[in-house]
Design a binder for this molecule. Structure first.
Ligand code: HEC
Length: 128
């Protein structure tokens, strides 16, 4: 009987753990984004363009539409294929920006860790 209870507890933890990873952890994402994106991107409601466009409201937004930001030509061209910054497109782009949009202006190698990307993407959703 005890053994069954233990297995049930372990299974419950496994489910909670996998859900947390799939959905991303906002606090961890905020930490990563503050360390790795904030030099170039304003992530506050002040909506200021820096080296890169502000990221307030970027989750779900169309590509290349931040007001007042001068995007590279190649970034704007990519708008033909990438219709919106949904989770899947953000995931691909943030893993390897230069691979998804060659010769774009974002001088950032990418986030190689899938869990870290999921966290950052979850954090970006809160910027609204
Ligand atoms: C070295 C500066 C720099 C860093 C670091 C950087 N970015 Fe960028 N980012 C840019 C620039 C510049 C652009 C515009 C690209 C272009 O026009 O070619 C951009 C574009 C973007 C876009 C597309 C915006 C749009 O309106 O289409 C997203 C999303 C984005 N960055 C997210 C991030 C995230 C998240 C991080 C951190 C993990 C990050 N960036 C790190 C400079 C940077």
């Amino acid at each position: 009987m005890k053994k069954i209870a233990l297995i049930a507890v372990a299974a419950a933890f496994a489910i909670v753990g996998s859900q947390a990873q799939a959905a991303g952890d906002v606090a961890a994402g905020q930490k990563s984004a503050t360390q790795k994106c904030a030099t170039c991107h304003d992530m506050t409601s002040k909506k200021q363009n820096k080296v890169g466009p502000y990221l307030w409201g970027i989750s779900g937004a169309a590509l290349g539409k931040v007001e007042g930001f001068k995007y590279s030509e190649n970034h704007l061209k990519a708008g033909g294929e990438i219709k919106a910054w949904d989770d899947a497109n953000l995931d691909k782009y943030l893993e390897a920006p230069a691979k998804v949009i060659p010769n774009n202006k974002m001088a950032f190698a990418g986030l190689k860790d899938a869990a870290e990307r999921a966290n950052v993407i979850e954090f970006l959703k809160t910027l609204k």
